[in-house]
Design a protein around this ligand. Structure first.
Ligand SMILES: [Mg+2]
Length: 108
């Protein structure tokens, strides 16, 4: 099964092979494109397009996130970072981060 590190390496290969920007100065564009692809995924889903099309847009998001990550932190191990963050979030309370909703619904 491919890992995040495998996927990051393959995205790097794609960027080089296809002549896309491969420097730190491209980081803002990569992050912007990730948002754009996320919008395309949302639009595809909202319009009831075939699942495969929406999934492809989500993969585009992942491509740009991985591409940005390798330029932002070339030495970071994303598999370790994922496991670490997963464990951190699993240690948090039920529906963590949504407390503001309870406060809001309780009124002034
Ligand atoms: Mg797309």
């Amino acid at each position: 099964m491919p890992t995040l590190e495998d996927a990051k390496r393959k995205v790097g290969e794609l960027v080089v092979a296809k002549g896309f920007g491969n420097t730190e100065s491209e980081i803002p564009n990569k992050l912007l494109f990730a948002f754009i692809e996320l919008g395309e995924a949302g639009d595809s889903w909202k319009k009831g397009r075939p699942e495969a099309e929406t999934v492809e847009e989500l993969i585009d998001v992942i491509f740009y996130v991985l591409d940005a990550s390798r330029l932002i932190a070339p030495n970071a191990n994303l598999d370790e970072a994922f496991e670490s963050k997963w464990a951190k979030n699993m240690g948090r309370p039920h529906r963590y981060g949504e407390g503001f909703r309870d406060k809001k619904s309780a009124g002034p």
